[in-house]
Unconditional design. Structure first.
Length: 565
């Protein structure tokens, strides 16, 4: 018979009691208090966070501050109550901090309280688990000029000090993403490793691979930062902010479960990336003068169309910035507000509370606006109210999902808008796509193949046939065709492309369009009538940008069918 080991049995009982307590707290947090649960045994504790609440107060209130990130303080509580939350909010507010509450077990709180002993010994606190300050990011970003710098720094961080390895890694990833102007950061688990990718100018690029242990620690840190439930394995969304000098950069986080773990995507919403002037987004001079004229009118509906990620929001914001003055009231209804614009009233839809685009538009019109921007027209009601608003003395900007500018009229009629009313409301339909710009430092000239030359000549002929003068677009029709191809240098992260530009087309609601509109015309009929307006189609605009060495034939072909009439 095996000897009875009392110490071992007591330890097993203690472990069992601890597990039961953790499970009970996790269940109560979710079902009764609607708070995220946290097990502080699995997380590093920031000394900096402990300084926000004294040891005595923490024990008296049964709370434990465990992470400090910028101006966000994360606090675990054992017994949630409105009075406790009010006291903590007031106290943190005086310190210019915003608290986020989690529910934790007594064992977790005791672990944090034990750490208070270390504060007196620590002369200055080290960077904590998720304490990423704007200053640290700025310092890190100064060392990052290109993708290879991020790769090198990630490799160094992974070989570095175990305690703060994950914190440093997250700083490098975020600072690197912001420094090289990536739009998204992807962290994905695979069978035997984690993968880090950055989306640069719309295309994903591999940066590094690391062990699954590192992936799991990054996953917990990012969930914590974004205010997500740590134990949940369902799709979740969250967000956090980083202050860079005086600018707030928002990071929108999305997690979805996959075969080997959760795929993490962090979208970087950097206000600088949206501050593009209308003159800089790639609109050719004639169309620019048409747009300037239309957005300056006192009323009318102006729609921008294109697939997701084609830069529609950037274009609408550029319109708003162009017409903004203290003398007019501008209201936006967005889903969500991605970037904050000074001097403009921005509101965000909330389906749960019934604040949809329709309700937002109705409420906005009661605010006596001059200009209203609606994030998207998705249904009949929104379309009808937008059209009515354009008829009653407002400028309305919005987006619509169609493939081209000619698709706007049939789409609105399909949504139930009366074509006779649409005649007076719709001013301008714009379609756009984004293409990457060739790197000016390394692009090289090349002769086109026979097929390429034929494609380009066909489009040039169509420009001439429609009475448009190629010399207005800096193109000599008699000169031999010159194309440029990608090379890749340090300035463009060896990609051959740097930055993006729009290719556009637009249709004005002029007399000829007004005549055919009540008969519910097809896209083909609208295109045919619109050719006389003198505005380039998207394929023509693409060819103009190729011949001017701005982008490559491959880029334009990836977003527009150059053989389509």
């Amino acid at each position: 018979m095996a000897p009875f080991d009392e110490e071992k049995q007591n330890k097993q009982l203690d472990d069992l009691h601890k597990q039961e307590e953790e499970q009970l707290v996790a269940t109560l947090a979710e079902s009764k208090y609607d708070l995220p649960y946290v097990d502080l045994y699995r997380l590093g504790i920031d000394n900096e966070a402990l300084r926000t609440i004294s040891h005595e107060d923490a024990m008296k209130m049964n709370v434990a501050p465990f992470k400090l990130f910028g101006k966000n303080i994360f606090i675990a509580v054992r017994s949630p109550s409105d009075d406790l939350f009010k006291t903590l909010r007031d106290d943190m507010g005086r310190k210019n901090l915003t608290p986020t509450f989690y529910m934790a077990s007594n064992a977790s709180l005791n672990k944090v309280w034990d750490r208070y002993k270390e504060i007196s010994m620590a002369e200055s606190s080290l960077v904590g688990g998720v304490d990423i300050s704007g200053e640290v990011l700025e310092e890190t970003a100064k060392k990052i000029q290109k993708m290879q710098d991020i790769q090198k720094m990630v490799t160094e961080a992974l070989e570095g000090n175990k305690i703060h390895k994950i914190s440093r890694l997250l700083e490098i990833i975020l600072a690197g993403g912001i420094a090289i102007k990536a739009s998204d950061i992807h962290i994905e688990p695979e069978k035997e490793r984690g993968r880090l990718r950055l989306r640069l100018d719309g295309v994903l690029q591999d940066v590094n691979f690391f062990g699954l242990d590192v992936y799991h620690l990054l996953n917990s840190r990012i969930k914590l930062l974004s205010g997500m439930k740590l134990t949940s394995k369902i799709a979740q969304d969250g967000r956090f902010s980083i202050m860079e000098k005086d600018e707030e950069i928002s990071i929108r986080t999305s997690l979805i479960p996959g075969a080997y773990g959760e795929s993490i995507v962090m979208r970087i919403l950097d206000p600088k990336s949206i501050q593009v002037k209308l003159e800089e987004i790639g609109i050719e001079p004639f169309l620019f003068s048409v747009i300037e004229q239309e957005i300056a009118k006192p009323n009318g509906l102006i729609l921008v169309t294109g697939p997701t990620g084609s830069g529609k929001t950037t274009t609408l914001y550029a319109f708003l910035r162009k017409i903004y003055s203290p003398e007019i009231k501008i209201i936006t209804i967005e889903d969500p507000i991605e970037y904050h614009l000074t001097g403009i009233t921005q509101t965000q839809t909330n389906e749960e509370k019934g604040y949809t685009f329709v309700e937002g538009l109705r409420s906005a019109l009661r605010q006596d606006p001059d200009v209203v921007m609606v994030g998207e027209i998705r249904d009949r009601e929104t379309a009808e109210i937008a059209v009515q608003s354009a008829l009653t003395g407002h400028i309305v900007f919005s987006t619509l999902h169609t493939n081209n500018a000619a698709g706007v009229i049939p789409r609105l009629i399909d949504l139930g808008v009366n074509p006779k009313i649409l005649v007076s409301a719709l001013s301008l339909s714009i379609a756009q796509r984004l293409v990457r710009k060739l790197c000016p430092f390394c692009k090289k000239e090349k002769a086109p193949t026979e097929k390429e030359a034929q494609t380009i000549k066909t489009v040039m002929e169509s420009i001439k046939a429609e009475g448009k003068n190629l010399s207005n677009y800096n193109i000599n029709p008699d000169a031999p065709i010159k194309l440029f191809s990608i090379v890749g240098c340090e300035k463009c992260n060896m990609l051959g492309y740097k930055g993006r530009i729009g290719i556009f087309e637009a249709i004005k609601t002029d007399e000829a369009i007004e005549k055919i509109m009540p008969a519910n015309p097809s896209e083909h009929e609208i295109k045919k009538v619109a050719r006389a307006q003198g505005i380039l189609s998207m394929r023509q605009d693409g060819i103009v940008k190729i011949l001017n060495g701005i982008t490559s034939l491959e880029e334009v072909q990836s977003v527009v069918d150059l053989n389509e009439e």
